[in-house]
Design a protein around this ligand. Structure first.
Ligand code: ME8
Length: 497
């Protein structure tokens, strides 16, 4: 099966922060898991490099927009690398391949009769790159999101007949209730659609930093259509000499936060339908990472620097923390103190310590050779069906719940060590068979959780699986591997702070 997962493309005038890392890590967890299941996976992330804010920021700095986005793209590439994202392609909307494909698609939208010339008059927020309808305008004609003054705009440009898609969109979401997750986001999108859709500008005339309209090169495409199309265009040129569109479109999942729900749930499928293309299969709308009560954002200056966190805790710990602390789909507060607490109690103690103890006991009591024994019935019921359960949750992009399922077993294994007391069994020859079983079951339990944790903790899980003498990442249940492996001790996976 083909599985295609995307992140938003991040604004090429910002600096990467943990919020961006969060979406990329989420998509990467799904991508890694599906690869473990043997699916044909494509993961996309990248940068959104056109539009007015970028042109303005460049002008302020006295550099060209291209110079600005080159610098910013390098920072985002660095960031996604540091969080150990395994994306298959990093798209930049200034790529020639993207621009060409965007022009083809917009031509089709026009040929299909969904584009006309008109006069736009209304309020515009340059920071949202969004034209605001009446219910999106705050006191004193301000942007509700940024709380900054809106601009009055009047210009001749090309319009996209969004209004014609009100009914098709309502039908789309009624017929595919799982298309937007979580549910309350789907309801939000539907409410917006039902409140009435007005046509939107497809182009801007006062701007040059964008994709020229093929039939009117004095106008550039409204940046949101240019940006949304990345999910589709990337497939046409990500692999040289190969077009992956047939194989991977429509996307399995778009991952994004609630700030850009409207664009993804309303503009995007409408535009695709207008072009005669299939809408994405599903989108998961996650919440905001908050610092204290506030959204973490560059303009508010309250960002937790993922680079610093990774430097101190490692990428695995960051990936773990974000999906453990915050329910995926809801807003949630994060903090350095929270990091440290979870790192210490869950990663260093629950998981790291369990791993060290198990490896050490096999070393001490069985000369580093894992005994071949029957899986302990005390554990088989707990592990029964775990691979299927985690898979089913991740099919629904329930990243936090899947992690919780796995962590229940990590805790179970810790209790099992206390219950079975291998160090007592080791004192008497009469308990040798039982000790074999306990050691085997511990190591096998650890193997199963490590394989399942791999998407979350790619580095430490790999280290542990190698130490257990079973480096395969293939998903298999408790008791699937016989004993006999040579087991090695390792440095603590998560050294105490
Ligand atoms: O909106 N918590 O780019 P952007 C969680 N270019 N996620 C966060 C976050 C936070 N505090 N802050 C940012 C754009 N994000 C457009 C997108 S897509 C065709 C174009 C994540 O740089 C989250 O995924 O503002 C959010 O939707 C995205 O970054 C916005 O990134």
């Amino acid at each position: 099966m083909s599985y295609y997962v995307t992140t938003p493309i991040y604004y090429g005038n910002g600096e990467p922060h943990l919020g961006h890392a969060y979406s990329t890590m989420a998509a990467d967890i799904l991508a890694r898991h599906m690869r473990q299941r043997g699916e044909d996976v494509f993961m996309l992330t990248g940068t959104d490099e056109h539009g007015e804010p970028i042109a303005q920021a460049a002008e302020k700095e006295g550099i060209t927009p291209q110079q600005l986005v080159d610098r910013s793209a390098a920072q985002f590439q660095d960031m996604v690398g540091k969080v150990d994202s395994t994306h298959d392609f990093f798209i930049r909307t200034t790529d020639r391949g993207h621009i060409e494909r965007v022009q083809q698609v917009v031509n089709r939208v026009k040929e299909n009769g969904h584009v006309y010339k008109g006069i736009y008059e209304g309020w515009y927020c340059p920071r949202c790159a969004d034209f605001k309808s009446d219910n999106e305008i705050g006191p004193g004609d301000t942007c509700l999101i940024h709380e900054t003054p809106l601009q009055r705009e009047e210009e001749e440009n090309w319009f996209f007949r969004l209004s014609a898609f009100q009914e098709p969109l309502e039908k789309l979401y009624e017929e595919n209730p799982g298309m937007i997750e979580p549910d309350f986001r789907r309801n939000e999108a539907l409410a917006f659609i039902r409140s009435g859709l007005r046509d939107v500008s497809l182009s801007r005339s006062k701007l040059s930093w964008g994709v020229p309209l093929p039939w009117d090169p004095d106008q550039v495409m409204y940046v949101w259509f240019d940006a949304l199309l990345n999910y589709y265009t990337a497939l046409s040129y990500a692999r040289q000499g190969e077009d992956l569109t047939e194989k991977f479109w429509p996307a399995s999942w778009h991952i994004l936060a609630k700030d850009i729900l409207k664009f993804h749930a309303v503009y995007w499928p409408a535009f695709l339908l207008a072009a005669g293309l299939e809408p994405p299969q599903r989108m998961f709308i996650h919440g905001y990472l908050l610092m204290g009560e506030k959204k973490m954002s560059k303009s508010l200056g309250n960002v937790l620097d993922p680079f610093e966190v990774i430097e101190r805790f490692g990428a695995d710990a960051l990936r773990y923390y974000c999906f453990r602390e915050v329910t995926f789909g809801q807003d949630g507060s994060i903090s350095t103190a929270g990091f440290e607490a979870r790192y210490e109690t869950e990663l260093a103690n629950d998981f790291g310590n369990l791993a060290s103890r198990t490896l050490a006991m096999v070393g001490r009591y069985r000369d580093g050779i894992l005994p071949a024994a029957e899986p302990d019935p005390l554990l088989t019921a707990d592990f029964d069906g775990i691979v299927g359960r985690v898979g089913a949750l991740l099919d629904q992009a329930q990243i936090g719940q899947a992690l919780e399922e796995i962590w229940v077993l990590v805790r179970r294994l810790n209790r099992y060590v206390e219950e079975s007391q291998p160090w007592v069994l080791a004192k008497s020859d009469g308990d040798a068979v039982r000790l074999d079983q306990v050691l085997y079951s511990l190591a096998e339990g650890l193997r199963v959780v490590s394989v399942l944790l791999h998407p979350y903790l790619p580095n430490s899980s790999a280290t542990l699986l190698r130490a257990l003498g079973e480096p395969s990442l293939e998903l298999s249940g408790f008791g699937a591997r016989p004993g006999g492996q040579h087991v090695e001790r390792i440095e603590p996976l998560f050294p105490k702070l």
